[in-house]
Design a protein around this ligand. Structure first.
Ligand code: FAD
Length: 376
């Protein structure tokens, strides 16, 4: 079967891989000379812990596929795990409730509550001032998104003969056919549209009335940390407990959310929660904020970065905070589920809306999709 894919972000690559592994003849079209969207602008966190319980097996499948892809394609991956640091009693309480809730589940073997000194022995990146303890999880991985996503096409071509057409915009897609900007027609049996936050070019009518919108995030990266300093696991803190759905069932979360809303309403307004990951070059990637829909402006205002840094300093210690880069990314966020997957014409499927989970879930979701979709 001939499969055409629009977009060489992580979603498009995931579909290309899953389709090619099933023996299909795959062609990927990407309008930019190299992937430059959300997939290369993120933390590189394979954030299994942030996923709701019903997504754990898909997230773990994704994680395994990342490790496999890294070996095959030759990019860096670290099974670094993660720590949620607690600097307030309510944060510690939420973490304790989360562990208690998962005591009888498969997740239990991956989780451990650490006291203050155990936490400090796991990372020298935790700010010891007011540190109460942390939640350790061993399931998270780290990749450098830019090098990982940009190295996968060569590997997929080498290993599975996937064809990539970069600098090639798809201007029209319909059953059996893709038309590109140079007027060429390409014939396919199945087409998967992984065009990220571009809701305007292909099937714009499909997005009308659907709870999907763009979300803009501010990000920063430090210079290489001195003397080979390593952060160890990914670090997150109390603000993150409000962000991912996994902590929703914890009874103390509402009180924590209320405290933060009262103490610092701008954090809710700007969707700020803070996290840090460290790439293979020793640089620490820092973020982030969330502005949705009509709030998305092309201008990056420095006050957002200042708020992010102020919160990071409260929970994280770094040998140097000197910044090497600032940027923003935009992803498509679908709020009625973790991905927007819709057949828009016979044999043509739109697959986007992964929000802040695309790096974590794309490989697993694409596998799941191809096992459901087959045979045509
Ligand atoms: C700042 C930031 C931090 C994040 N951190 C994490 C994280 O740590 N962990 C995690 O799991 N997720 C994270 N995410 C989310 C994750 O990055 C996204 O969910 C994911 O990258 C979306 O992938 P995508 O392939 O759908 O979109 P994209 O990466 O945007 O790719 C879409 C591609 O389609 C191409 N395209 C669009 N239209 C056409 C067309 N007509 N013809 C040809 N090509 C076209 C675009 O050029 C683009 O390359 C983060 C996102 C951001 C922005």
């Amino acid at each position: 079967m001939r499969v055409g894919i629009v977009g060489a972000g992580i979603a498009g690559l995931a579909h290309a891989w899953s389709a090619a592994q099933r023996g299909h003849e795959v062609t990927v079209f990407e309008r930019t000379p190299k992937a430059s969207g959300a997939s290369i602008r993120n933390f590189g966190m394979i954030w299994v812990i942030g996923q709701p319980d019903h997504m754990q097996s898909i997230a773990m499948d994704s994680r395994d596929r990342w490790i496999h892809a890294a070996k095959q394609a030759g990019f860096w991956v670290s099974p670094c795990g993660s720590l949620h640091l607690a600097h307030h009693d309510d944060e510690w309480q939420v973490l304790s409730e989360y562990v208690a809730e998962h005591g009888q589940t498969q997740r239990a073997e991956h989780l451990q509550l650490l006291d203050r000194s155990e936490t400090l022995s796991r990372t020298s990146g935790a700010n010891p001032d007011g540190l109460r303890g942390s939640l350790w999880s061993d399931t998270e991985c780290c990749v450098d998104p830019t090098s990982a996503v940009r190295s996968m096409p060569a590997w997929l071509h080498r290993q599975y003969q996937v064809e990539f057409h970069f600098s090639t915009a798809v201007t029209q897609a319909q059953t059996g056919l893709i038309r590109t900007g140079d007027g060429t027609h390409h014939r396919f049996d199945r087409i998967v549209i992984c065009s990220g936050d571009d809701f305007a070019t292909l099937f714009p009518e499909v997005y009308n009335g659907i709870p999907i919108r763009p979300c803009k995030l501010h990000m920063m990266r430090t210079v290489e940390q001195p003397q080979g300093w390593r952060i160890g696991p990914h670090l997150a803190g109390g603000l993150t407990l409000r962000h991912y759905p996994n902590f929703k069932k914890c009874p103390t979360l509402a009180a924590l959310q209320q405290r933060i809303a009262q103490e610092s309403p701008h954090l809710d307004r700007l969707g700020i929660h803070v996290m840090a990951s460290q790439n293979h070059l020793g640089q620490v990637v820092l973020g982030d904020s969330h502005q949705y829909g009509d709030e998305v402006e092309p201008f990056d205002t420095s006050d957002i970065d200042e708020h992010i840094l102020k919160e990071l300093v409260k929970i994280i210690h770094l040998p140097t905070w000197q910044l090497q880069a600032r940027w923003h990314g935009v992803y498509a966020k679908y709020t009625d589920g973790l991905v927007f997957e819709q057949v828009v014409a016979p044999g043509v499927i739109v697959f986007t809306g992964l929000g802040g989970n695309g790096m974590t879930l794309s490989f697993g979701l694409a596998e799941d999709a191809w096992s459901r979709w087959e045979p045509l």
